[in-house]
Design a protein around this ligand. Sequence first.
Ligand code: HGY
Ligand code: MN
Ligand code: MN
Ligand code: MN
Length: 410
Amino acid sequence: MDLKKITAEIADDLDFLKTFTATPGNGCTRMPFTRETRDAAEYLKKIMKEAGLEVREDCVGNIFGVLPGRDRSLPCIMAGSHYDSVYNGGDYDGIAGVICAVELARMLHEEGKNLECDFVVAAFMDEEGCRFGTGYFGSKCMLGQMTVEECKHFTDKDDISVYDSMKSYGLVPEDLVNAAWPEGSIGHFVELHIEQGPVLDATSIELGLVDCIVGIQRYMITVNGRSDHAGTTPMDMRQDAVDIATKVISKIGDMARAEKPGTVATVGYMKVTPSAMNVVAQSVDFSIDIRSTENEIIDKIASQIMTELDKETQATGATYSVDRKLTITPVQLSGAMLDIMEGSCKDLGYSYKRMPSGAGHDALAIGQSIDTVMIFVPSKDGRSHCPVEHTEYEAFSKAVQVLYELIQKI
Ligand code: HGY
Ligand code: MN
Ligand code: MN
Ligand code: MN
């Protein structure tokens, strides 16, 4: 196997895809249903065709490339990841897994190999949920777990719904039911992804064999206070939405720290209205993202937060509302596929470590019902979801080698 060639092909594709960003020079910003995803989609379709795949873009923006198997009636093996990003994110999150899946197809095609079943390369739309505060949109559509109503409900910070953004992208949201694959048509899903954390880089381990992925609950909270004059309103007469929200937010970190390692809770988005220095805040919107390998812990933290919101709002007569954006349970990944990958790492002489994933992935949604596994490559200094995100291209080729054996041994 010509590792240099594989590395060069992966590098060329990722270097080109880096240009499809709304924030050149300041990370990758490739929001769903935008110019940037359109350009990336056209590039992905081009290289999939060149790799000899049957290519199609489905009715929600997912891209699939199929290398026919010897028996097309069998459940397929699917490999891929997402091609959207967060705001000012890195150049490898998601898209590297798509490109490595294309590379696997190239290798099979160039060796004239066809698997017993179809081999499908998948590029999912809107895994991040960054624009609409959701998550796993494309893969959930493929699983038949998304509704047009939800598309109308979820909106971005300009109040544009998923529904309207799909229409302006040239899609017909009502068609999304047709994005669902038939029950049982996908036999295995394999996702290569950057670790996005510090473990592999800090221990100089080459590959991560992911055995479980945390569950996630995401909420958007709105604290409804009352705007008042900042100078004349006595402190005991206020319904100050910022005062209330920050009292609750200041406790969330300790709620997570009190639980088992790997439990995290984050407030990443906050908006104050009317956001003026001399006006007591009318309202505050803030996001909550809670994760753990144990669902009971996630439920416990969510309930602790609501209790604090009850307490702080009742004390002042203010109110709050909760928009539950995402609920997805932790998933255990395929022991059989992990064992195969472990054998390959030993044969190939790559250091490896079985480990959980603190990041969600399309594998989190797909692994709820389909035999799924992930392989990680190191993230430099553990940084991700930021412009400095970096992984050496050679790391991808090592993981591709392991996956190349896996997809032929499953
Ligand atoms: O948020 C996540 O964990 C992933 O990057 N979508
Ligand atoms: Mn991400
Ligand atoms: Mn990702
Ligand atoms: Mn480098």
